[in-house]
Write a protein that binds this ligand. Structure first.
Ligand SMILES: [Zn+2]
Length: 310
């Protein structure tokens, strides 16, 4: 285990693109600092809508070829963020995109939504015991905005965090590992409101933004009252890496910095400071944390701050 970097961050997401939208700046920052950044994506995003007209054939109701295409987009996005460890839960295509809430794809065999939590979590336990992350980032219980795959990803990630620490749970998957800190993705309401004000101003100017319609605060996943946010990561030095990673997901995202739109064509702000709620683990001091590993490195030092002895 001595070759593991001292700081190890695990992010668990539903589809390719979610990581870049939610955590792109955070991932680029920690990767640049030499931390181990591991991304686990639960599905290939096969049911996503396709933005570029010339790629429309990829959609699931036509050639159903979007999954492998998004795999390649994710590879390029990770290159932009400097992240080398990205995996699909159980391997590429093991769990399928469940579509939006209420569609028949929800219950299809192999859909993430139709999978037993512990079955899916077992695959993540294996990753956790291998990588031994001190920090886990995922969604809130509503998946940020109610998409079945995002809700299920939350459940799988939280369950896997528990099971990984359980010595009796499938010991063949590795030695038990307890994750010190667990975070949910958040956006403070004031930041979202301010971002839309900026966007409305920009749209009013003749600066050629490729958007005509605008989203609203309720369209942003994970928006909460400011006091709920415990942690903010200033990734502004990695703004261009984040935008490039989002741009790599071209079937899903249209980017015009510092704004973007998904397939609904509703423009929204692109945040380069990313926000989190610490839901498990100790928080030092009263103000917002500015580092996901705050308080962790002290613990790490007991067994070797520089990665020796881990
Ligand atoms: Zn998603």
């Amino acid at each position: 285990m001595s070759d593991l970097p001292a700081r190890r961050l695990l992010l668990v997401h539903a589809h390719p693109d979610d990581e870049s939208i939610n955590n792109g700046a955070t991932m680029a920052k920690y990767a640049a600092e030499g931390a181990q950044v591991t991304l686990v994506t639960c599905t290939l995003g096969e049911e996503g809508e396709v933005i570029p007209p010339h790629l429309a054939r990829l959609a699931s109701d036509r050639d159903d070829a979007l999954g492998p295409y998004r795999e390649v987009e994710l590879v390029e996005a990770m290159k932009q963020l400097g992240v080398t460890d990205h995996r699909f839960l159980g391997g590429p295509g093991r769990f399928r995109d469940s579509g939006m809430m209420g569609v028949e794809q929800n219950d299809r065999e192999g859909a993430l939504w139709a999978t037993e939590i512990d079955e899916a979590a077992g695959h993540l336990v294996e990753v956790i015991r291998e990588v031994r992350p001190q920090v886990l980032v995922t969604y809130d219980p509503n998946g940020g905005y109610g998409h079945p795959d995002h809700i299920q990803t939350h459940r799988v990630a939280m369950r896997a965090a528990d099971l990984a620490a359980e010595p009796d749970f499938r010991p063949e998957l590795g030695d038990p590992w307890e994750i010190a800190k667990v975070y949910w993705n958040r956006v403070p309401r004031s930041v979202a409101i301010e971002g839309f004000a900026r966007l409305r101003e920009a749209l009013a100017e003749p600066r050629g933004l490729p958007f005509t319609k605008i989203a609203s605060v309720i369209d942003i996943p994970g928006v909460v009252d400011d006091w709920i946010v415990t942690t903010e990561i200033d990734g502004s030095a990695f703004a261009s890496a984040k935008a490039a990673a989002m741009r790599a997901h071209a079937t899903q995202i249209a980017v015009a910095e510092p704004f973007f739109a998904l397939s609904n064509e509703l423009a929204q702000p692109l945040f380069t400071t990313e926000y989190y709620e610490l839901v498990r683990g100790r928080r030092e001091g009263g103000g917002r944390e500015t580092d996901l590993f705050e308080g962790v490195e002290g613990n790490v030092s007991a067994t070797g701050r520089n990665g020796t002895g881990l």
